[in-house]
Design a protein around this ligand. Structure first.
Ligand SMILES: [Zn+2]
Length: 314
């Protein structure tokens, strides 16, 4: 019998709407070659949207929905990882956690899963939305700082729409010496991103060795996660409704008037299926090449279920 190799785990972290799935697609297209890759998508809502947008067909995608793998769905992460390994025998699993996940709390269940199937964390990459960074840092300081403290590498998204030097400087204040990729994504190759993560990871390994005393990184924890309290809620649904222009405009209006932070959906319209994305004030509608079943998720601090139920009902 063939000996089982240690499955490498890459984690793509980042706050709500940072661009994790976009980076994942970029890396799948440009960088993950020559190995069998499986993807594990975790979504806070009960309806998974990101999994529909994985663009590489040879990749096995598993979705864990309806909670967060760092807290409420920690045991699901353990069993899910073991199942992915047993079913697909990947060389590498890429985990895309929710935007609210705490990286330290994902490491533990991965450790547990490793007892059942050999696996180990390889790279941790955090996407930071340059255009929304300062607003999001004010909104969720602990979450964002945690994602920066615990990563090997930061990749800025929407770098052309922000003062990337200022963003990188603040990131450096949160965690000194961290590598930040500041170029616009179409000018940075995926291979360069993975290479930067690998270089940074070696540094992490070295410094962990020399600073083994004390586990000082634990001290910033404040008991429960921000998101396992009532701070963030979501509404998610599948929908059979065919939307018209006014109704899409109404969705946009409601999003900007409420405390929604992130929304994403696949919405059928008379002119074809569209993808909608909302990140902290910015709403985009993108036509899709093929028809897909309707889905919608909205995440924020106070989400009025009834409003969204009514808007989404067929
Ligand atoms: Zn969590």
């Amino acid at each position: 019998m063939k000996e089982k190799n240690v499955v490498q785990i890459d984690i793509l972290s980042g706050f709500l709407g940072a661009g994790k799935t976009t980076l994942l697609n970029k890396l799948l297209k440009e960088a993950y070659f020559g190995e069998r890759v499986a993807v594990l998508e975790n979504e806070f809502g009960t309806v998974g949207v990101d999994g529909s947008f994985i663009e590489k067909e040879s990749v096995d995608v598993t979705e864990i929905t309806g909670g967060c793998i760092c807290c409420s769905l920690r045991t699901t992460l353990v069993s899910g990882l073991v199942e992915i390994c047993q079913r697909f025998h990947p060389d590498r699993v890429i985990i895309e956690p929710t935007g609210l996940a705490d990286l330290e709390d994902i490491a533990r269940p991965i450790g547990e899963a490793a007892a059942a199937y050999p696996m180990a964390i390889d790279r941790i990459i955090t996407v930071v939305n340059g255009a929304k960074f300062f607003a999001q840092l004010r909104l969720s300081p602990e979450l964002i700082k945690n994602q920066i403290r615990e990563t090997d590498l930061v990749v800025l998204s929407r770098a052309g729409e922000c003062d990337s030097a200022a963003v990188a400087e603040t990131i450096g204040e949160i965690r000194g010496g961290l590598t930040v990729i500041r170029g616009e994504w179409n000018s940075v190759n995926g291979l360069a991103i993975l290479a930067a993560a690998d270089a940074a990871k070696k540094k992490r390994g070295a410094s962990e060795h020399t600073q083994e005393h004390g586990h000082s990184h634990k001290h910033h924890r404040h008991g429960e996660h921000e998101h396992s309290a009532d701070a963030f809620t979501f509404f998610s649904t599948e929908t059979e409704r065919v939307f018209n222009r006014d109704e899409i405009a109404e969705i946009r209006r409601r999003l900007s008037e409420t405390e929604a932070i992130r929304a994403k959906g696949i919405l059928p319209t008379a002119e074809g299926t569209v993808r909608v994305d909302y990140v902290d004030g910015d709403f985009t509608v993108t036509p899709l090449k093929r028809e897909m079943p309707g889905k919608f998720v909205v995440i924020g601090k106070k989400i009025d279920e009834e409003t969204w139920e009514t808007l989404m009902r067929a």
